[in-house]
Design a protein around this ligand. Structure first.
Ligand code: CDP
Length: 202
């Protein structure tokens, strides 16, 4: 039986960490759909056209090495505006969502466009300042020399682009439960998400 958990939210809201932990806890497969857009964005930075890059995406392009940089994140949100790019990535995501054994997908449009029939929909958010600080710490830990102010500006630019686009804009699905993690530890957010999933599984 398919069982889909859709986890959407703005940049660096903690949805990746939460999705991985939820998938591990329930033994579900996990797809970070942001990696698809990041992989297309990286190909575009290398000079490939966005639509060609999306149509030719291969599994090995999703190896995380080099995909989690600020430049690739911005390129990802630019290609994510293009309807043909999004369309090229839909079938793969839908098939993943409805695989048997359960799936967790995190992104921007999972509960609204990719899998409106998802059994659980979470919208994970936090203030821009909290999200920027989390992302800044991650980038510093990964060896990137970045300033907090620049990360905050990047996060805000990307959110505005993601929320303002015509095709599959970032917004909570009507039936999504919003988790504001501004003042929640990852453990507390995880406990809340887990109880929502458990209630639906029963
Ligand atoms: O990790 P972070 O939240 O910073 O970003 P991400 O989830 O890796 O997504 C990178 C970019 O891909 C976003 O800013 C979106 O523009 C785009 N994206 C999207 O449009 N739809 C998705 N389902 C996932 C990502």
């Amino acid at each position: 039986m398919p069982f889909t958990i859709a986890i959407d939210g703005p940049a660096a809201s903690g949805k990746g960490t939460l999705s991985r932990a939820i998938a591990e806890h329930f033994g579900f497969a996990h797809l970070d759909t942001g990696l698809l857009y990041r992989a297309v964005g990286r190909r575009v930075l290398e000079g490939v056209s966005p639509i060609d890059a999306a149509l030719a995406l291969r599994a090995e392009d999703l190896a995380e090495d080099g995909l989690r940089t600020p430049a690739v994140a911005q390129a990802a949100s630019k290609v994510a505006v293009i309807a043909e790019v999004r369309a090229a990535l839909v079938d793969f995501q839908r098939a993943f969502a409805r695989r048997s054994g359960g799936a967790v997908l995190d992104g921007r449009d999972i509960g609204t466009v990719i899998c409106p029939e998802a059994e659980v929909k979470l919208f994970v958010t936090a203030s821009a300042e909290v999200r920027a600080e989390r992302r800044w710490r991650e980038l510093i830990a990964a060896g990137h020399d970045v300033a907090l102010d620049d990360v905050l500006r990047d996060v805000k630019t990307r959110d505005a682009r993601d929320m303002g686009r015509k095709d599959a804009p970032l917004k909570p699905a009507e039936d999504a439960v919003t988790l504001d993690t501004s003042a929640l530890s990852i453990e507390a957010a995880l406990a809340e998400a887990r109880s929502i999933v458990e209630a639906r599984l029963r």
